[in-house]
Design a protein around this ligand. Structure first.
Ligand SMILES: [Zn+2]
Length: 310
């Protein structure tokens, strides 16, 4: 009887362990082959760097961010903007990491700039052109509203070597838009940035990381050279119009940053975390809905965007 109980107990305890180890090995194998292409570029993604509390998790605290930057600096990494050689990147540049910020929050100017300056780093900021200088009312605010960068702050950042890309006009789920609305979101934001900054805008970041074949086609037509999602398509990780990035969130530390960058065997956990967080972004889409486009213009293209609560 005693032997039987020990046997049952052993099966109950060890079987899940063996299963876990098997999953780990299996996933590791996939991850390492999957990431051979991804290793060509390391692109980090942050959103807001702010100590003020909110329910959301796309924020990082100022000290937390500073520790991660110091950690990378001390290990000889150089963080830079996409404009600084993204297209000419070679695998020899092992210590080069591209740094991006989505949404263009004011904290990029107030908190990020002094930290990056200290280490000689720079970054690319993806701006929502319809919301420059305004509060983030396009978002489902998790208990707090955040201010976006103003044009004068953007111009100052440009003077410090920051680069800029489009994150559309209104931050909609692009997969829910028709062709005209897509053209408006992708072309108008590109033109607004080019006219104001006097530079060609090559990079696009999809709101909520969401895209499909139609979105990619219109992004190419609008003249972008590549576009970023959050997690890359596992079937085609090197598609220039669906490039993945390593998302950094509230609970990320130097340890998880290291796992993400080195693609250690635990990378699949980080990858899965990113995909789950991406799913949560659907909350904003659900609560805020689609922007209301006004088709009253003669050219039959949306001339203005009416968004509730502006
Ligand atoms: Zn965004």
């Amino acid at each position: 009887m005693k032997f039987f109980l020990i046997l049952v107990f052993s099966l109950l305890v060890f079987n899940p362990c063996l299963y876990f180890v098997w999953i780990l090995r299996f996933k590791t194998k996939i991850t390492s082959s999957e990431n051979r292409d991804k290793k060509s570029h390391q692109v980090l993604l942050y959103h807001k760097i702010d100590d003020r509390w909110e329910w959301g998790i796309t924020r990082q605290k100022i000290k937390q961010f500073e520790k991660q930057m110091r950690f990378l600096y001390q290990r000889g990494f150089r963080l830079t903007s996409l404009e600084d050689g993204f297209f000419s990147f070679s695998l020899k540049e092992k210590k080069k990491i591209f740094l991006t910020f989505d949404d263009g929050y004011r904290s990029v100017y107030t908190q990020v700039l002094p930290i990056l300056e200290k280490y000689g780093f720079s970054a690319t900021v993806f701006l929502i052109t319809g919301w420059i200088g305004k509060k983030n009312l396009w978002d489902f605010n998790w208990g707090r509203e955040f201010q976006h960068l103003s044009w004068s702050q953007i111009e100052e950042l440009k003077g410090f070597g920051f680069g800029f890309g489009s994150h559309t006009v209104n931050h909609p789920d692009l997969t829910k838009l028709n062709e005209k609305e897509l053209e408006y979101e992708l072309t108008d934001s590109k033109n607004a940035l080019e006219n104001r900054l006097g530079k060609r805008i090559d990079f696009l970041s999809y709101p909520f990381g969401k895209c499909n074949e139609k979105v990619k086609r219109i992004a190419k037509k609008a003249g972008y050279r590549c576009a970023f999602s959050i997690c890359s398509d596992p079937d085609n990780p090197s598609d220039p119009f669906a490039l993945g990035r390593l998302g950094m969130y509230l609970f990320d530390s130097r340890l998880t940053l290291n796992i993400k960058l080195k693609r250690t065997p635990l990378f699949w956990i980080e990858d899965m975390k990113g995909r789950i967080i991406n799913r949560f972004a659907n909350g904003t889409i659900l609560f805020k809905g689609k922007p209301q486009y006004d088709y009253a213009s003669e050219a039959e293209k949306p001339k203005s965007i009416l968004v509730k609560k502006v």
